[in-house]
Design a protein around this ligand. Structure first.
Ligand code: HEM
Length: 443
């Protein structure tokens, strides 16, 4: 997670020039403009709710000065030197990520924060800089889990922990406790998962070295993280009401692929005459469950389930993708391999960012194969620890599926898709059941 980048980036962009300051001001104003639009509509004002109609929010965004993109891209090299950590972590400057977040929020506000059907075209003033920034940071031009959650929070007490009670969001669409809490629960879950995720390469190395105590420790860390994640998820209802979530919180996260409101997709004016179809923001773009799947050798055999998760990986920051590729590569060979750790070179979760640059990597192995092959009493202990981790992952997926039902499916009048565009109830059942099928039975 990259709090420093986002908070620091906000100041950098605002102070760059008047145009940048105008864009930052618009972002801060989104919740106000969204309410103003709705008030006008209910008063019988300018908003009739017809396709393409424009209220004060859309008009304000269209009137923004050209986004100072070229200056930003030119300055990125200089910024990278200043923001050394951000440059190493993402391969791009903090300011570019800040601008990508800003454009993502404003584009989704333009699309979804006025009542009525969404427009079929995103105007060039938003579409062109958004598309160019997306390319610059290696992400798709759509709101992602990274911009919605991972780079969108700060601590109240900067010396305190990253946990509910000490974190707040930087930006909102409509605002209010339900939206804020929904997002912060995700951030807390990422923080609970972080240490175990960071330990996964070491777990695969321990398997390669036949270091059973370290494999046990790594598996216990995964179980413990998943238990804590369930604890946080169980708190969702404290401040995020299912009905408010369904009616208000979820809409701005939506995309334009497999979305009945935009069946053709969305035209990005000045970018492409053909509509683009892209999935919206979803927890499926968090690397945590993907990483646990990869490290424990959980494979989603059904093509449609696997394809969806693979597509979600393309919505993650490049270092997260590389980290997942590294973990998965260890599974392609049931013997040890060093190539795996060289595949991508850096970790999303605090790993050595200098990895893969000419240094020989420690051998890694498929953890599931290692546990399967371990005999004797030690083998039983390893199998129990592996099964506990799988069982906790199944519990998390089960609990999460219940939330998806309570917060979406039970309110939906027509067949609902998730904000990430999936046919989610069968999909979430499939992910849970596949996890269960990976429990090892005693020989
Ligand atoms: C009220 C709370 C939540 C709801 C309603 C919800 C809804 C959904 C839906 C509908 C999907 C299917 C993909 C899509 O089309 O969007 C999904 C997938 C997913 N969500 Fe959530 N989600 C919630 C909270 C969370 C949280 C807190 C996390 C933690 C990171 C999370 C992680 C995931 C993951 C990992 C997937 C992919 C499926 C899997 O690997 O099992 N979700 N979610």
């Amino acid at each position: 997670m990259a709090q420093a980048r986002t908070a620091g980036g906000m100041l950098l962009l605002s102070s760059r020039n008047d145009a940048a300051a105008a864009w930052e001001a618009a972002l801060a104003e989104v919740p106000k403009l969204a309410v103003a639009v709705q008030t006008a509509a209910s008063d019988g004002g300018s908003r009739g709710g017809a396709v393409g109609s424009k209220g004060v929010l859309r008009r304000t965004l269209e009137a923004l000065p050209p986004f100072p993109l070229d200056k930003l891209l030119l300055a990125a090299g200089h910024t990278s030197a200043v923001q050394g950590h951000a440059e190493r972590e993402d391969g791009h400057g903090a300011e570019l990520w800040r601008a990508y977040l800003l454009l993502s929020f404003l584009a989704h506000a333009y699309m979804w924060c006025e009542p009525g059907p969404p427009p079929a075209l995103l105007p060039a003033v938003l579409a062109v800089p958004w598309a160019r920034l997306s390319a610059a940071v290696g992400m798709p031009p759509i709101l992602t889990y990274a911009t919605y959650n991972l780079y969108n929070w700060r601590r109240l007490d900067p010396t305190g922990p990253v946990q509910l009670g000490n974190i707040v969001c930087l930006h909102n669409f409509l605002g209010g406790p339900d939206e804020e809490w929904f997002r912060l629960v995700h951030v807390d879950i990422e923080a609970r998962a972080g240490p175990a995720v960071a330990g996964l390469p070491r777990l695969q190395q321990a398997a390669a070295q036949d270091d059973a105590p370290s494999v046990l420790a790594g598996l216990h860390a995964v179980s413990s993280a998943l238990q804590q994640m369930q604890g946080t998820l169980s708190r969702m209802g404290e401040k995020c009401d299912p009905y408010i979530y369904y009616q208000r919180v979820r809409t701005p996260m939506s995309g334009w692929r497999n979305n009945p409101d935009l069946p053709q997709g969305l035209i990005y004016e000045g970018v492409s005459d053909k509509p683009l179809q892209l999935y919206g923001e979803t927890g499926a773009q968090s690397s945590v469950l993907h990483a646990f799947d990869a490290a424990l050798g959980v494979q989603h055999e059904q093509v449609w389930l696997r394809d969806y998760l693979d597509t979600m990986v393309a919505h993650m920051p490049p270092p997260h993708r590389a980290f997942l590729a590294t973990l998965a590569a260890a599974n392609s060979n049931s013997n040890t391999t060093t190539a795996a750790a060289e595949a991508a070179g850096s970790s999303c979760a605090g790993g050595d960012s200098g990895a893969g640059q000419g240094r020989q990597q420690p051998a890694v192995a498929n953890v599931r194969s290692y546990v399967l092959g371990a005999g004797g009493a030690g083998g039983g202990e390893l199998r129990d620890a592996y099964n506990e981790a799988i069982a906790e992952m199944e519990k998390f997926r089960s609990q999460h599926k219940a939330f998806a039902y309570n917060y979406i499916a039970r309110w939906a009048k027509r067949e609902a898709t998730g904000t990430g565009g999936s046919d989610f109830m069968p999909a979430l059942t499939g992910y849970r059941d596949t996890t269960h099928q990976h429990l090892l039975v005693p020989p």
